[in-house]
Design a protein around this ligand. Structure first.
Ligand code: ADP
Length: 374
């Protein structure tokens, strides 16, 4: 839009009519003060400013406008009947004007100039859009790079811990063997085995992440007995956490179509997190149901819980709650992988959590009518 500023109403009307006839949107102001108010409220591509006006002259108006950040892209053309001396023209440019036209105005020349300013304005707008997008991209990449570096350092540490333990147990095993103490050997072997399982799990998660990135996470979907799967998982988790009780509520009584191993991975992730992030408590609930053709599986704990802003980010790749990340080991990828698995089953994953009281991580999966009775 163009703003015409002139204290003579006839000038305003005639120029406005000509410009509107040529398809420009035009606004008018009949004093410097009114022009300043309008510039603060609206955005203009171009301001055509009469120089001789009572109270505030065109140069003063231009000087004030050029200080407004809102109008930094706006071009100003001065129109002047008198003051054609070089010093006035120079003043026009130095107070923020881009052109200085003397009256009587050659309307064709003015139109050409206006079109050129519009073109420049449009180019500048596009350039600044590109610049903003580029700056955002640079910022995004910097952050991603930093996250990656942090991840590599956490991952190396996480991998090194079980590896160091295995090395230690093997040394102890050697000593046990030399002594011929079979019970000691068995105990060290099973401890080494647990650490190896941990290492295996970490490497499997890392491989899953790269498969997700490259779109190569494959699913092998078949009908399977969901209740049977859950009972098996609870038993295995109980073996490695004998002091922690998992209470299962509900049954599905149906075969579910999905990738059993991948669904198991999600449930195990929920349960191991429920145990890990609930120190000092001894119980978690597993809620399961099949209602309106929707499978629900939730794991509720009475642990540390999360703040609302943490809840929002918990399924992001590499996200770990900062304030507790030193207290609990982890890579911040388990829930990201879980959400990918559930999404690929057409379901939803989410969490309800109260800081300091506990969380219920859950997923739902739509179950086709076909899910057979067990
Ligand atoms: P990891 O546990 O290896 O860090 P996850 O992706 O499984 O990775 O979890 C991401 C983050 O979500 C955890 O670091 C933790 O801050 C938070 N979190 C997950 N489960 C729970 C839970 N049951 N209670 C509280 N916070 C949790």
């Amino acid at each position: 839009m163009i703003l015409l500023v002139d204290d003579t109403p006839e000038n305003l009307i005639s120029l406005k009519n000509v410009l509107e006839k040529h398809g420009f949107e035009v606004d008018t102001a009949n004093s410097g003060e009114e022009a300043l108010k309008k510039v603060l409220k609206n955005s203009y591509v171009l301001i055509i400013l009469d120089v001789q006006m009572p109270e505030m002259d065109g140069f003063e108006v231009a000087e004030v406008i050029s200080g407004y950040s809102k109008a930094k892209e706006t071009a100003i053309i001065f129109l002047s009947a008198a003051n054609t001396e070089f010093r006035f023209i120079a003043k026009g440019y130095s107070s923020g004007g881009l052109d200085y036209i003397t009256k009587p105005v050659d309307i064709n020349i003015l139109l050409l100039k206006i079109k050129t300013f519009y073109r420049i304005y449009e180019q500048n707008r596009k350039l600044s859009e590109i610049q903003t997008a580029l700056l955002a991209e640079i910022e995004f990449r910097k952050e991603a790079e930093q996250k990656k570096d942090e991840f590599i350092s956490i991952a190396s540490h996480e991998l090194k811990t079980p590896l160091t333990s295995v090395k230690g147990y093997i040394q102890l095993l050697e000593r046990g063997l030399k002594k011929g103490d079979i019970d000691l050997v068995k105990s060290h072997l099973s401890k080494a085995q647990i650490q190896l399982e941990k290492l295996n799990g970490l490497i499997a998660d890392l491989l899953d992440i790269s498969k997700i990135e490259s779109g190569k996470l494959k699913f092998n979907k078949q009908y399977f007995d969901f209740d049977h799967l859950l009972d098996g998982i609870i038993e295995v988790i109980h073996q490695s956490n004998p002091d922690f009780k998992i209470v299962k509520n509900g049954r599905v009584n149906a075969k579910i179509f999905g990738d059993e191993m991948r669904i198991e991975q999600v449930v195990v992730n929920f349960l191991t997190n429920a145990i890990k992030y609930s120190p000092g408590t001894g119980e978690a609930l597993m809620n399961v149901s099949l209602k309106n053709n929707e499978l629900y599986l939730g794991v509720k704990d009475y642990g540390i819980g999360m703040q609302p802003d943490q809840i929002k980010r918990v399924f992001e790749k590499f996200y770990r709650v900062e304030e507790t990340s030193h207290r609990f080991q982890g890579l911040g990828i388990g829930l990201y992988i879980s959400s990918e698995i559930i999404k690929r089953h057409g379901g939803h994953i989410n969490v309800q959590s109260v800081y300091g009281e506990g969380s219920e991580f859950y997923f739902t999966i739509p179950v086709e009518q076909l899910s057979a009775e067990v």
